[in-house]
Design a protein around this ligand. Structure first.
Ligand code: DGT
Length: 230
C-alpha cells in the first residue's frame, strides 16, 4: 500500500505517508455521487467528505453558485477560486479513518469546470493563468494525492432528466448543451484519458442504472473502494 501511495504521489513533493486510502468520486452533475457516498456511510472505517456546495452557497452571505450560473463570465474566476480553496481543505482535512471518500476533487474542478469555462471564453485567459498558478502550487506543495478514482459514467440524457426532476434552484437555467459538454470533459479525462493525466487508477461504474439496482453495481467494487483487495 505504501508503495502504491508513493507511486500515486509522484509529482507532489509533499507526501504524507499517513494519509488514508483516498478515493474521489467523479461524474457529471446528477450522476449520483451523493447516493454513492450515502451507500458507504454505513462503514465505520470510512470518512466521508461531501461536496462543499453549502459553502459555495454562502460565502459571507453570497451565493457564489447562483452568481456563477446567472452571469458566468462575470463570476467564473470568483467561483472557481473558492471551489479550489474548499477542495484543498477537503483534500488536506486530517482524519484517523483508514479510508477517505471524497465527492469530487480539486482535479475535476480544474480539468472539467475551469476547462469548460476557458474553452467557452467565459473565463479570461489571465484568470485561467492565476487559477493554474494556484493549482500548480497546491499540487506540488500540499498532499492532495489520491489512490483511486470512481467514475460514475452516465449518458447526458439520463442525468439531464434527473437534474430537471430534482429542480435545484441554481440549476434551473442549465441547458442540455452544458451537460453534454461536461460529459465530454469527464469522458476525455477519465475514460478516453486524452486530455489531463489521471491522479490515480480509475474504476468505471455504469451510473445510468436506477437507484433500486445501482447498489449491486456499488457492491461489486466495494473491496477496491474499501482497500480490501486480497
Ligand atoms: P450528484 O450527487 O452526482 O447528483 O452530484 P451533484 O450534481 O449534487 O454535484 P456536482 O458536483 O455534480 O454539482 C453540484 C453543482 O455545483 C452543480 O450545479 C455543478 C456545480 N459545480 C460543482 N463543481 C463545480 C466547479 O468546479 N465549477 C463549476 N462551475 N460548477 C461546479
Amino acid at each position: 500500500k505504501l508503495v502504491s501511495k508513493m507511486a500515486n504521489a509522484v509529482g507532489s513533493s509533499k507526501v504524507d505517508l499517513t494519509r488514508p486510502f483516498t478515493v474521489i468520486v467523479e461524474g457529471n452533475i446528477g450522476s449520483g455521487k451523493t447516493t454513492f457516498l450515502n451507500h458507504f456511510n454505513k462503514y465505520d472505517n470510512v470518512a466521508m467528505f461531501a461536496e462543499p456546495i453549502e459553502m459555495w452557497r454562502n460565502c459571507n452571505g453570497y451565493n457564489l453558485l447562483d452568481l456563477m450560473y446567472k452571469d458566468t463570465a462575470k463570476w467564473s474566476f470568483t467561483f472557481q477560486s473558492y471551489v479550489q480553496l474548499t477542495m484543498l481543505r477537503q483534500h488536506t482535512y486530517k482524519t484517523s479513518h483508514p479510508v477517505k471518500l471524497m465527492e469530487r476533487s480539486i482535479y475535476s474542478a480544474r480539468y472539467c469546470f475551469v476547462e469548460k469555462m476557458a474553452r467557452d471564453g467565459l473565463m479570461p485567459t489571465p484568470s485561467v493563468a492565476v487559477i493554474d498558478k494556484w493549482f500548480k502550487y497546491i499540487t506540488e506543495n500540499e498532499d492532495v494525492g489520491v489512490d483511486l478514482i470512481v467514475y460514475l459514467r452516465t449518458f447526458p440524457e439520463v442525468v439531464y432528466e434527473r437534474i430537471l426532476k430534482r429542480n435545484r434552484s441554481e440549476e434551473r437555467t442549465v441547458p442540455f448543451e452544458y451537460i453534454k459538454a461536461l460529459h465530454v470533459m469527464h469522458e476525455d479525462w477519465l475514460y478516453n484519458k486524452k486530455t489531463h493525466s489521471c491522479p490515480a487508477p480509475v474504476i468505471v461504474l455504469d451510473a445510468n442504472l436506477d437507484k433500486s439496482v445501482i447498489e449491486e453495481e456499488y457492491e461489486k467494487y466495494e473491496p477496491h473502494i474499501l482497500n480490501k483487495l486480497p
